[in-house]
Design a protein. Structure first.
Length: 487
């Protein structure tokens, strides 16, 4: 993958249902028409993350089909659905084997070979924290899990379920939320559990070029202890699971890519264990809720941290960006994430303009494509695939006020990329008000006195006065401009 790679998340089963409707036939992974991969390659994607390919959990499916929150979320969008349109959560995994409905392991192998031949990496899910409630080891090896044996838990009984032998096993959980009732919580203080999950990770690594590790921080020693201390005690293992696991995988697959979903300020801890990229949820939250000045402050973090962050404004967990941000703001935010250092992650349904999120258990999501949104992303991805955005030197750019009385320049974010003799300048009015600013032009040698604005293709003449006083920009609400110039 390139430096600052572009990654596309695909909700595998929901997308295949859309293709089935469009083409009048079902597809397995290896049968998807090549035209889709050609289009994706043309947009500049370095990797595809196929979310939800692993073997489906029958019990998880039953739970999803009667779960009040799942049903209410679907009903809020459509009343025209049946239980057959609902599958188990892709994060309640019984085994790391491609589901037969998708063509099984052989179909994935063929798909990977096709993508790799096009220069596209294949990424898949790995869920370290838990398994499905009906994973075979729940019955055959319950000691891999948080368990009280046949003794009823003295605390938090609602966190547990019984296996067929009457042994109490905990559901997987995030300490800030209720348990996930379709899952079983693994015990990372048991060395055999670590070995078992490392074997699973190596099994996954044979099938793809990288993994997105779900809720990776839950397997950290201190987080695991603090979440389950009543059942684990206080003594921590000497090593972190992730440090052991990444070293073991890279011994066999040196170029394997690791992406961590991680929150709570633990991103740097995870990066130091060897992860290539960690979720930048802080940027997401600031883009959605905060001010341009707060966004700029976050972008001033240490450069290595920036390079190892994965930027996004949409994925299968978050509300769709059009609803979360509003249309104009979401498009401005997309320009921000597409032009920053680090990995840039996009969600396929984001590119198509899905108006609102549906549960990942619901696969019959036939929303119409928003052509304006799709056109924007096609242009943005083409522009941000330029070499300067993937091999150049990045820096924040200071801009100046248009006048002493005008403070609207504070709404404007700006940065530049430099590679050899070419520069890219990104300028974004990240506010709902018109804004004016002066963009310093000193140090740029512009042939024929012209710069090019990439979205509009406008050629702009740079005068001596503009070099001396700055290029005056009057920006509409949430307007973005990307300038190309010669150094």
């Amino acid at each position: 993958m390139r430096t600052n790679p572009h990654i596309l998340e695909i909700n595998t089963r929901a997308w295949l249902k859309r293709l089935e409707r469009r083409h009048g036939r079902a597809f397995t992974l290896d049968q998807i028409p090549d035209s889709y991969w050609t289009e994706i390659k043309a947009l500049g994607f370095d990797a595809l993350w196929f979310m939800g390919v692993w073997q489906e959990s029958p019990k998880g499916r039953d739970i999803a089909r009667t779960h009040p929150e799942v049903l209410e979320a679907i009903k809020s969008v459509t009343s025209n659905f049946s239980s057959e349109d609902i599958i188990s959560s892709p994060y309640a995994i019984t085994d790391y084997v491609v589901d037969e409905s998708l063509g099984g392991p052989e179909a994935l192998k063929k798909l990977r070979a096709k993508l790799n031949a096009m220069g596209i990496s294949l990424l898949l899910d790995f869920v370290a924290n838990h398994t499905a409630i009906d994973a075979p080891t729940v019955e055959t090896d319950p000691d891999l899990y948080i368990t009280t044996g046949t003794a009823e838990p003295g605390l938090h009984k609602d966190w547990f379920f019984k296996n067929k032998k009457g042994q109490y096993i905990a559901h997987g959980r995030d300490p800030y939320f209720a348990p996930w009732t379709d899952t079983a919580q693994l015990n990372y203080f048991n060395p055999r559990t670590r070995r078992f999950m490392l074997d699973n990770l190596l099994k996954v690594a044979q099938q793809c070029d990288g993994v997105r590790c779900d809720m990776a921080m839950l397997s950290l020693n201190k987080v695991h202890r603090d979440t389950w201390w009543e059942f684990l005690g206080a003594d921590l293992p000497k090593e972190e699971f992730w440090a052991q696991a990444l070293a073991a995988v890279r011994e066999q697959y040196p170029e394997f890519t690791f992406i961590a979903e991680v929150y709570w300020g633990l991103e740097w801890d995870i990066q130091e264990m060897g992860f290539d990229y960690t979720y930048d949820k802080i940027l997401y939250d600031r883009l959605r809720f905060s001010t341009p000045e707060d966004i700029k402050a976050h972008l001033g973090a240490e450069h290595l941290f920036q390079m190892r962050s994965i930027r996004f404004i949409a994925n299968h967990d978050e509300e769709e960006s059009l609803k979360a941000f509003g249309k104009e703001k979401s498009l401005a935010a997309s320009t921000i994430i597409a032009t920053l250092p680090g990995a840039r992650m996009f969600y396929l349904f984001q590119l198509l303009g899905r108006p609102q999120r549906l549960p990942i258990q619901y696969v019959k999501d036939f929303f119409p494509v928003d052509k304006d949104v799709a056109t924007h992303y096609a242009r943005l991805l083409t522009i941000s695939s330029a070499p300067e955005f993937h091999g150049g030197q990045w820096s924040l750019k200071e801009i100046r006020a248009f006048s002493q009385e005008d403070a609207s320049y504070k709404n404007v974010l700006a940065w530049q990329w430099k590679q050899r003799s070419t520069g890219k300048m990104v300028v974004i009015n990240y506010s709902a008000q018109p804004s004016r600013c002066r963009l310093p032009m000193k140090g740029s040698e512009v042939p024929n006195g012209v710069v090019k604005e990439e979205f509009s293709k406008e050629q702009i003449s740079i005068t001596p006065q503009m070099r001396a006083e700055g290029f005056v920009l009057e920006l509409k609400p949430y307007e973005s401009k990307i300038f190309t110039f010669t150094l």
